[in-house]
Design a protein around this ligand. Structure first.
Ligand code: ZN
Ligand code: ZN
Length: 315
């Protein structure tokens, strides 16, 4: 099952001819989630051949224009496309009011329900179903800004088919998948779980850390994340400017990834002053080698993998 991040935009503040404003499309188990929606996101979704009516949730990190000015256009296109499925939009206080106003003055009654979820408490779990949980955390920016962590839920153990007796009862299979050993009615151990099951697959995770100053308070929430996106607006030469504008440098993004023990780092939200991003990449890699650049159209996929502990016993 996929767990993928598609980069739709990597530019901060204004778009350039090569880079769009912030947006990413997540595909988790064929469910689609949009992260931020800068101007031009619709075009990027078209280029990515994404079906916009399959987008289930939209998460808006903050109300700077480069993160949400594409939202009303996208909502309108979903309407023109005859969408029926409800859309949930998670965003800061004020977003519902802004969108409602635009709808009111265009006299649009949408073909589908929109549920606004106003972000407030951090950290908190803002969504969960049987597959994933989404947690919101606070970023440190000029206005209220949020980060989002997507994590797969704890999975079941996997049965080793050859080692499972053919006549096993359904309730015993459920027990085995839940990691329990099987006992007879008289209390004797009949089947040792570790001998007939594989450990559950690793729960994959992704953290989207939008506009922020370097702030180690996020580390506790993103530790051991498989894939980390951290903004990296400037290179270290402009450290002062990063501090003044409440942004991070590529080096700082690398330090956060290293301290969080992330699997991989994606840097993005690049200032339009950089045509060549290689110096930023080099700077981040100097702190955290497994760093990649966010690049329009780039896909980052987290493979399913087993945990390292293998079943004991058996032959
Ligand atoms: Zn921004
Ligand atoms: Zn911002």
């Amino acid at each position: 099952l996929p767990f993928e991040v598609k980069i739709l935009g990597s530019s901060s503040a204004t778009p350039t001819t090569e880079r769009n404003q912030s947006s990413q499309l997540l595909n988790i188990h064929e469910q689609f989630y949009l992260l931020d929606c800068g101007e031009g996101t619709q075009l990027q979704l078209l280029k990515a051949k994404a079906k916009i009516n399959k987008i289930r949730h939209i998460y808006i990190s903050h109300l700077h224009g480069d993160h949400y000015l594409g939202l009303f256009g996208l909502i309108s296109s979903m309407h023109l496309g005859g969408r029926n499925a409800p859309l949930t939009i998670f965003g800061p206080r004020g977003l519902a009011e802004i969108i409602t106003l635009q709808l009111r003055y265009s006299e649009t009654i949408l073909t589908y329900p929109v549920n606004f979820y106003e972000l407030d408490e951090t950290p908190s779990v803002i969504f969960e179903d049987d597959k994933i949980t989404v947690t919101v955390i606070a970023m440190n920016h000029r206005i209220k800004c949020y980060g989002f962590i997507f994590k797969e839920k704890e999975k079941k153990r996997k049965l080793i088919k050859e080692k499972i007796p053919a006549e096993m009862r359904l309730q015993d299979i459920v027990k085995l998948k839940n990691g329990e050993d099987l006992y007879s009615d008289s209390g004797e151990l009949v089947i040792k779980n570790a001998e007939v099951t594989y450990p559950p697959r690793h729960c994959r995770s992704y953290a989207y850390c939008a506009d922020t100053l370097y702030d180690e308070r996020i580390l506790q929430f993103i530790s051991d994340v498989d894939l980390l996106y951290h903004e990296s607006t400037f290179s270290s030469e402009l450290q002062d400017r990063a501090i003044k504008t409440h942004h991070s440098t590529a080096r700082e993004a690398g330090i956060i990834a290293r301290k969080a023990n992330a699997g991989m780092l994606i840097i993005g939200h690049f200032s339009t002053r950089y045509r060549d991003l290689r110096p930023l990449l080099a700077e981040a890699r100097n702190e955290f080698p497994n760093t990649m650049l966010a690049f329009e159209g780039e896909l980052f996929s987290i493979e399913e993998k087993f945990l390292t502990n293998v079943p004991s016993g058996g032959n």
